[in-house]
Design a binder for this molecule. Structure first.
Ligand code: UD1
Ligand code: CA
Length: 483
């Protein structure tokens, strides 16, 4: 039977180097906040409880965490006196509730977005199997500057974690660093936290000092190195944000390629963590799939398309288009150069073509809006064809109104449908029609006066224009010779 597992996520720090009005852990990569990525990893462990420590900009951070993971308990650290202080506040917030002084406590930071759930799970099992009082997830890095170093004795046992600012020159040469992710025996942690001091270079209560306390008590301390150190890398500034963002995307694309997705140019293709792709999807260069977008098998997206929170069926085609909160059903085609705004649904085999904007529009199976049109607040029935250059005039200056076009209708080029208006099944409209009144099923609507030809009234000269004079010889010479 698994023992009690408490996970503490530290998210109270300031993030000064981001130079941002947005709290550091709320900055996004892969379409999800950094703390959102950490919570996803933590939740995969199915811990008994999760506590998040918030402080700086907690009016932003707290509600964000609770919207993503309502089961998380928030603990407030008004002033940041170090990681040991933060964990003490977290444990104090649990005091009295059953099970919080048994089992394992894992501490992670909220700014390590590449962290994975299986890494945390493996670490927790190693810690528990070795029966350690404290364990650290460590890593061997080329550039250890800034990290706490893992100090081992001649037997290889961990003696201490020494922070950069407190380290001797010899200790600074150590390449094995603390990732900041630690595991504790809960009872030992609770008893150690009040004993931490702040007599160090930063004047902070270091959580890492619990290692020394465990050694003094003759208890086992473990350091388990992770090969994939990027998983524990934190973000402190915008450069690291971009680097980890690119790396996350690279990993996401690699995952999808292994699942049978073709990505022609991974360097220009961006896929958010929440996107789902079927095997045999093809992504051409310059594609961004964002939010909760889902794409069905044999669909080809791109080049140069952005789809956010869209649902795309199978065997569909999207070329050089931008879409948000739209549904594109099987075999449908979009673009090139279409703009699908929220509430657009394109039925099976339907088409939204070139230079077409749609919004809150349900376009039926096999229906087509091929060229140069605006379709707002409309239903278009199955099999209907909308003529080139049609405007669904949905706005009267005060209110938005709806247009319904029935099934199997065929509307002329350059029409304006002045909503609210209904065009019946199988109806037709003439070229240039301005449709203000309902068109009954099967009727042909025409509008505008009959054409008049006014003989001889054209201002255009009928003789072809004469060729312009050849340039003067002097001009050619001044121009520096022959062209
Ligand atoms: C910490 C570790 C260091 C490790 C490094 C890995 C300590 C003393 N040091 O150093 O060994 O190599 O992480 O990145 O633990 N936080 C709070 N409240 C506080 C202080 C910090 O919530 O009072 C949060 C921060 O927001 C951050 C995390 O704890 O998410 C780590 O704090 P930070 O100050 O960045 O610690 P480091 O100096 O990087
Ligand atoms: Ca840090």
């Amino acid at each position: 039977m698994p023992s009690d597992l408490t996970v503490i996520v530290l998210a109270a720090g300031g993030g000064t180097r981001m130079k941002s009005g947005t709290a550091k852990v709320l900055h996004e990569i892969g379409g999800r906040s950094m703390v959102g990525h950490v919570l996803t990893a933590v939740r995969a462990l199915e811990p008994t409880r999760i506590v998040a420590v918030v402080g700086h900009q907690r009016d932003q951070v707290g509600p964000h965490i609770q919207s993503l993971a309502p089961e998380v308990t928030l603990a407030v650290q008004e002033e940041q006196h170090g990681t040991g202080h933060a964990v003490r506040i977290a444990m104090d917030s649990l005091a009295g509730s059953p099970g919080t002084t048994t089992g394992t406590v894992i501490v992670a930071a909220g700014d390590t977005p590449l962290l994975r759930g299986d890494t945390l799970r493996d670490f927790a099992s190693e810690h528990e199997a070795a029966q350690c009082a404290v364990s650290v997830l460590s890593g061997v890095v080329g550039e250890p500057h800034g990290y706490g170093r893992i100090v081992r004795n001649d037997e290889g046992d961990v003696e201490a974690i020494v922070e950069e600012k407190d380290a001797t020159p010899v200790q600074r040469e150590i390449a094995e660093i603390s990732s900041g992710i630690l595991a504790f025996d809960a009872a030992f942690l609770v008893e150690s936290l009040p004993r931490l001091g702040n007599d160090n270079a930063k004047g902070e209560y270091y959580l890492t000092d619990v290692v020394g306390l465990a050694r003094d008590a003759g208890l086992a301390v473990g350091a388990f190195p992770i090969d994939d150190v990027m998983q524990t890398e934190g973000v402190n500034d915008r450069l690291q944000l971009a680097n980890l963002g690119r790396e996350l995307n690279r990993r996401t694309l690699e995952g999808w390629m292994r699942e049978g997705v073709t990505v022609m140019d991974p360097a220009t293709t961006w896929v958010d963590s929440g996107v789902r792709l079927a095997p045999d999807v093809t992504l051409l260069p310059g594609v961004q799939l964002l939010g909760a977008t889902v794409v069905g098998t044999h669909t080809v997206i791109g080049p140069d398309s952005t789809l956010k929170d869209c649902e795309i069926g199978r065997h569909a085609r999207v070329v050089r288009s931008h879409a948000e909160l739209a549904v594109i059903e099987d075999q449908a085609s979009v673009g090139p150069f279409a703009y699908l705004r929220p509430g657009t649904t394109l039925g099976q085999g339907g088409k939204i073509g070139t230079f077409v904007e749609t919004k809150n529009a349900r376009i039926g199976d096999g229906a087509k809006v091929p060229h140069l049109s605006y379709v707002g607040d409309a239903d278009i029935g199955a099999g209907t064809n909308i003529g080139a250059g049609t405007i669904f005039a949905n706005y009267d200056g005060t209110n938005k109104h709806h247009t319904t076009v029935g099934k199997g209708a065929k509307t002329g080029a350059n029409n304006t449908f002045v909503a609210p208006v209904t065009i019946g099944d199988g109806a037709m409209t003439g070229g240039g029609a301005v449709v203000r009144r309902d068109v009954p099923p099967g009727a042909l609507a025409v509008s505008g006066g009959p054409q008049r030809n006014l003989e001889g009234r054209s201002h255009v000269r009928r003789e072809p224009p004469t060729a312009p004079d050849a340039p003067h010889v002097e001009d050619a010479a001044a121009g520096g010779g022959e062209s």
